[in-house]
Design a protein around this ligand. Sequence first.
Ligand SMILES: Cc1cc2nc3c(=O)[nH]c(=O)nc-3n(C[C@H](O)[C@H](O)[C@H](O)COP(=O)(O)O)c2cc1C
Length: 189
Amino acid sequence: MQVLAINGSPRKKGNTSTLIHAMLDGAREAGAETTEAHLHTLDMKGCMGCLSCRTRHGICAQKDGLSPYLEMMKTCDAVVIGCPIYMYRICGQMKLFVDRLYSLYPPKEGGGYLTAVPPGKRFALVISQGAPDAEQYQRSIRWLAGMAGTGLGIEEVGRIVHTDSHVLAAGKNRALLEEARAIGRKLVE
Ligand SMILES: Cc1cc2nc3c(=O)[nH]c(=O)nc-3n(C[C@H](O)[C@H](O)[C@H](O)COP(=O)(O)O)c2cc1C
């Protein structure tokens, strides 16, 4: 059982990272092996718009630090997707990742998209934001869950939206950390 975390936060010890790590702890407790892709430190480019993936289904022609993790999206058993909210949207690092996921959406005859991700996988989401209202960025969060998860045929098992991050850091919020660990276990069990 392999769990892949895609971490969009530049801060390796920030709120998003802390919650992702708690989820991965839970997954390991349940017997999984875990891998983390820290997007900010990868030598990674955005989609180059070559459209090669429209004919070579499931394969991104851009070869860089993200390539092994795009491959793992197809082979792993579960995925954790996490990022902070920047400027009312998901942070830029995560948007670059989502654009590259286009390669995992082969075209469907007659219109629409198929998925290059084999069935039976699960995912969980982590969002951290300064604003107090968990509903405030729901459109962006729903979009992320759709593009990186359900749209690819991956089933969601849970999500954490950490609010008021400047008031209570994720690392000091025991209840939230326990919730993250429980979701991590659920990804595997
Ligand atoms: C450039 C930047 C823009 C931000 N924009 C928003 C925002 O629009 N809404 C919000 O609620 N928080 C915003 N924040 C706060 C972060 O979402 C918050 O501090 C979050 O906990 C950071 O996650 P991290 O600890 O994983 O880095 C912003 C922070 C930065 C650095």
